[in-house]
Design a protein around this ligand. Sequence first.
Ligand SMILES: [Fe+2]
Length: 407
Amino acid sequence: MVNDFTFARLPVVHFGAGKLSELPKIASAFGTRALLITGARSLQAAGRLESVHRGLGQAGIHWESLIIDAEPSTEFIDATCARLRGLETERSREPDAATGIAGFQVVIGIGGGSVIDGAKAISAMLPHANTVLDHLEDVGRNVPHSGIKIPYVAVPTTSGTGGEMTKNAVLSMVGRYGYKKSLRHDNLIPDAVIVDPELMVTCPPHITAACGMDAFTQLLEPYLSPIASPLTDALAFSGLERIRDHLIPACTDKGGDVSVRAGMAYASLLSGVALANAGLGIVHGMASPIGGFFDIPHGVVCGTLVASATESNIAALRKRGSNPAALAKLARVGLLFGGEAGKTEAWNCDFLAARLREWTALLQLPRLGVYGISASDMDRILDKTSNRHNPVKLDRDEMAELISRRL
Ligand SMILES: [Fe+2]
């Protein structure tokens, strides 16, 4: 049976080694005044920034540079947009005839998840004078964003968040009353995406591991989600196959192999589509408050928790007996990751949990305690944790145990 579903539109995707060279042509379709946003190091270290500049120049594109070197905060987005609007006024640029927008005609974001999301938020807020907090889910005034933005070309350099395929930008404020929440509108889906695995070969092993486990989680959780459809299942499973083949090689001896990086980039891309259309489970439900309270990379939270969460989900699903389809899916993933066809469903579920524990150790994913998180933080984390779209509703004790195993 095929259940009812809604499937969001997708950006135009240009995927393949060397595709970065098409950026000038792709960007110039939107205009000749660009805001070029990059990370602090990766593009420079790979010696590619110069060739990006050269290509844009040859295509007659003028650009302003901006660096995003941390997960973007609401203050950063507001301050940056205010400064850039000032620049636009200073130059008294004429509004573009087609869009009515003065100043920048296209935003280009080249970098990891922080750049992809930060650039998405800037492209959404630059044409407006208000604070992004107005539109931030739960913590803001809940004013819907109008959807008016500057066209956005996203170029990921890590295989992790899949943010290049989604309509939300995750922004945070870290601290005692911190949060990690989304700015969201259908129009914020990037207009074009370039996925060039050559950009990923210089990504260091610990970042590849955290981002790769995040991509894995963003495939597994939508696959197990109560609102999954056959369409999202097909995409998630296709991504999981690439994770099986490429995650460990990408983090160990084959990080410099473009075909290995291409496999991870494909998995990450699909994880964005899967999560946008089938939602996320308990790992991401916990990642939101943990990432708001503590300065810890999103990929590390997800990577360090996913094995423990899988163990908790399997135990709770067995105890409740409420969702046999989810256990069958977990067994199918277990089989995909090295289980045995002749064994029972329960055996393959347990195999999956054991395989994930093995990967957590092999990839040396840091424990939460490394970032200052302790048992005394449990209550405030659980108060803000969502079970939304998890295949089983975990109770408070089960969630506490899940986290405790990784403190
Ligand atoms: Fe994630």
